[in-house]
Design a protein around this ligand. Sequence first.
Ligand code: BEZ
Ligand code: MG
Length: 573
Amino acid sequence: MNPKAITTERDARVMRLYEQLVEIEQRLIPTGLPVFGRASELPEKADLLRMVASFDRPEQGARALQRLVADALGVESYDALLHETSTSETRQLIDGVAADAVRQCCEHGVETAVDWLISKAGVDSEESRPTFLLIAKVADQLDANNEIDSLARALRGEYIRPGPGADIVQNPLVLPTGRNTHAVNPYSVPSQMAFARAKHTADALLRRYFEEHGRYPRALALVLWGLDNIKTQGEGVAQALWLLGVRPVRDALNRATEIEVIPLEELRRPRIDVVMTVSGIFRDLFMPTMALLDKAVRRVATLDEPLDMNYVRRNVSEKIHADSSEFDDAVTRVFSNAPGNYGTNVNFMVMQSAWENDATLGDLFVTRKCFAYARDSKGRSVEGREARELMDDALSRVEATYQNIDSFEVGITDVDHYFEYLGGISKAVETRAKSRPSIYLSDSLSPQTKIRSLEETVRLETRAKTLNPKWYEGMLKHGFRGVAEIENHVANTFGWSATADAVDPWIYTEISRTFLLDPIMLDRLRELNPHSLQSLARRLLEAHNRGYWNPNEEILERLRDIVEQQLDRGGTA
Ligand code: BEZ
Ligand code: MG
């Protein structure tokens, strides 16, 4: 290679590294657990408010602060800038001014911030005031806490005023805490806003798959959760509709019960087949939405279009020709638990180390989730009919699996539910399609949607949380519970090895180094919570025994020592 090419290659690598660092730096990282009845002592409050300020809030007449600054500075296309890179100088300038403006607002109040922004960037006061008023209101409400008071009132049988349930950044109206939360009217889902956002995300998902494979996926498996669709007014639902190439239509009572087919000329890509597994909570809350999704698949399957532009039709007709299936069977795509049942149990099987062959985890997922919800060609409603073969068949065509993440507070290693669902379905696809699917997550946590592979997401979560002193020191402040949280994170990370083989070996090595091989940290953990410490060491040994990681003998010895010492001290076996 000539010297110039080497320099260019080196610069490109440094740039990629820099972008990754900025990505971790910009991520909101919870630095401790919520304590019931205590107002959040948020060292990261300014960061949170900066994120709140970065979204347009048309319902409150407030525009994104960054956008106001960009417009006033004469930046031509702020959207293009957002989608291009996180590291351009212009973008850093805009983010810097916005961050300082939020600080001005918190420290000196709305009017000072308005004046400050006029002097710094020439933003019109009428434009910026609604945004600063919103920031000030959210800041006040973060300092308030009605939880104990509301609990006492609830116990006295008094009325607690309800509020929406969502992530603070998604919807600041969730504050103050200490209220009942209400769901959404299922007939209102998906909202127009959710549909607009879903288009971006689903397009980005398809673009990513196309870049990696040179074509579109023949079928995608989506995980849809109830709470997420409440929080986002149905963004996951809207993504499914957009992938199919349809949009929701309101009936005379303004209920989203109909669909309209988007012509292929407008869609300018094939209609993607989607297999939807919905949680038990989703099924309970969104029955009309399940009917809408089922209706959409059926409509698309009957469109008179070329098979290479309509993958639903192609897959359905293939199945009918292959084994003389009925149309109603071949077109079944909406699955959930049996009525009254919840969850996949894949998390329990992993946590209890109760499997030998990986395929068992995918089989368990299908056993729990193979209940079809539909309305057949005769208009009869099918509510939870066991349909294992149909689910096996639908999954055998899947080439990518996907779930939308929409919360700052809960990521894929914080709880065991992400790996039980997305990991579970991916493992089920792997054995049925005879090939591991590409696994993606979207990050609608910032105004620019980001699609990441599962492996990238595990790396990012590990660096931003598990291995980040800011995060684990925040947890350790909670003593016994904090160590249990760290152990949970490691166990959930392990869940991604078990279900999806998505964890780089260095992650286990660094976890060992950070928590177990450092004698000072080891003593702290032992002092605070010897049980979780032992589980942590055991889990790492299990990761080795199952072939997810192959550390040197010295590390293994240390892990075994920790488990044995704990046993000698009377820890649980
Ligand atoms: C849901 O909202 O559907 C859900 C919540 C927690 C775990 C699994 C699903
Ligand atoms: Mg749970």
